[in-house]
Design a protein around this ligand. Structure first.
Ligand code: SF4
Ligand code: SF4
Length: 189
């Protein structure tokens, strides 16, 4: 078995992932408590800013398609364990990216650019952590937080913006580190 703490060869990591990631991931999601406290997530996001940049660099050297497969599977395991109706933080803090046409239903035309991506902007349809226009919500709202999309590694800048807002993204990102056996401490040797 590959010893994670002595990993130096990224090809070896990719090969090992290909053969073993299903088994390890099931173990990890079973033993790790998911973090859902938004205040704590915001705090950890500030503390781990450098660590997450280092992890991004590490991921850029791995096989992108294999990372996508792992991320998609971790996401599937996590999404059923987090109750969005008890959260609503994306709608309170970040308008999901939407097309101009979709946004035109929500904001004045002159304000659309400013509202394409904005923190601290609760959507007017959000009431008591629930969407009051759920059936008509924009496509981007439906697919947020985009963890089932491909090219995770290329999308990491956006992922990290959502990491501090969405418990699903936060936990997927942290579980990915564990699954890959990546530790920030080991990058500083
Ligand atoms: S339309 Fe609904 S799902 Fe979309 S941001 Fe507003 S409250 Fe959230
Ligand atoms: S998608 Fe993320 S931020 Fe939005 S309600 Fe669900 S857990 Fe919360």
């Amino acid at each position: 078995m590959l010893n994670f703490h002595s990993i130096l060869n990224r090809d070896a990591v990719s090969s090992w992932l290909h053969n073993h990631f299903n088994f390890i991931a099931i173990q990890i999601t079973n033993i790790m408590k998911l973090e859902e406290n938004i205040k704590k997530i915001e705090q950890i996001a500030r503390q781990k800013a450098k660590e997450n940049r280092a992890f991004r660099s590490y991921l850029e050297g791995l096989d992108s398609e294999k990372i996508d497969k792992i991320v998609h599977r971790i996401y599937e395991e996590i999404v059923s364990q987090i109750d969005c109706t008890a959260c609503g933080n994306c709608c309170m803090n970040l308008r999901p990216e939407a097309s101009h046409m979709e946004l035109s239903r929500f904001v004045e035309e002159k304000d659309i650019e400013a509202f394409m991506y904005l923190k601290g902007f609760p959507c007017k349809y959000l009431k008591e952590k629930k969407c009051t226009d759920y059936l008509n919500r924009p496509e981007e709202c439906r697919s947020y937080p985009y963890m089932d999309r491909d090219e995770f590694v290329k999308r990491i800048p956006g992922v990290l913006q959502n990491y501090e807002i969405c418990p699903i993204v936060f936990n997927v990102f942290e579980l990915l580190k564990i699954e890959l056996g990546w530790r920030y401490e080991n990058t500083k040797d």
